[in-house]
Design a protein around this ligand. Sequence first.
Ligand SMILES: Nc1ncnc2c1ncn2[C@@H]1O[C@H](COP(=O)(O)OP(=O)(O)OP(=O)(O)O)[C@@H](O)[C@H]1O
Length: 242
Amino acid sequence: MSSTLLSTQGLVARYGDFQALYGIDFEISEGEVVALIGANGAGKSTLLKSIMGLLRVAPEMVRLDGRPVGGSKPNRMVSDGVAIVPEGRRLFTGMSVVDNLRVAIDHAAVPRGTAWTLDRVFELFPILREKQAVPVQSLSGGQQQMVAIGRALLNQPRLLLCDEISLGLAPKVVKEIYRAIPSISANGTAIILVEQDVGLARSASNRLYCMLEGRVSLTGRSQDISREVIGAAYFGGAHAVA
Ligand SMILES: Nc1ncnc2c1ncn2[C@@H]1O[C@H](COP(=O)(O)OP(=O)(O)OP(=O)(O)O)[C@@H](O)[C@H]1O
């Protein structure tokens, strides 16, 4: 695997007086797929928000290409090549599929490597080409998720943050969406996948981190970690490091 793209060191995050993260050490390399698993409230979304600049953290707690970027504004992170598919998608209702996608093109980072285009997004999710003129709110949940992923890709990210992209979708649709993950990483884009479905997280990723109550309870290569070890790290009990 190539060099470290993004890392966090001793990352601490708070919502007012409430401390949600306690010293998270995390890293992801170029083109790598890393899954982030853990029970509700473990701190997965908070870690993504801290990386994306949606929560204030100290500069040296997040590094991109070794440069301190913690606490940068989200639009600065986008222009530095980090994009997020937020939980709940946050699409622009009342606008067509293609207009939702075009919004991202206007705010894209300077393309590095192979740039994402509308055509390439339509190749990844062919149904979106057919539905491009349709108001986004009339799409199914799975199709809306495809738009959200496509929009983030059109930001030309080197790192894509995905927050529970399978949430509330039928298994068949989830499979369709997850089929896109290898194509995205093959393009050189690293991906952090926050995922509730542990089996899915494990099979889609190179490495995983399990979080428990604001801390990393387990990390290792996804294929090397047994379900039992993951179970212990997920629910607490023995502190596990594979
Ligand atoms: N806006 C907020 N204000 C206060 N506390 C928050 C806020 N958002 C999250 N928290 C708290 O921070 C902790 C971590 O939440 P976070 O959403 O990061 O967990 P998560 O692992 O992503 O879980 P989920 O799968 O439920 O989204 C939880 O205790 C949660 O209640």
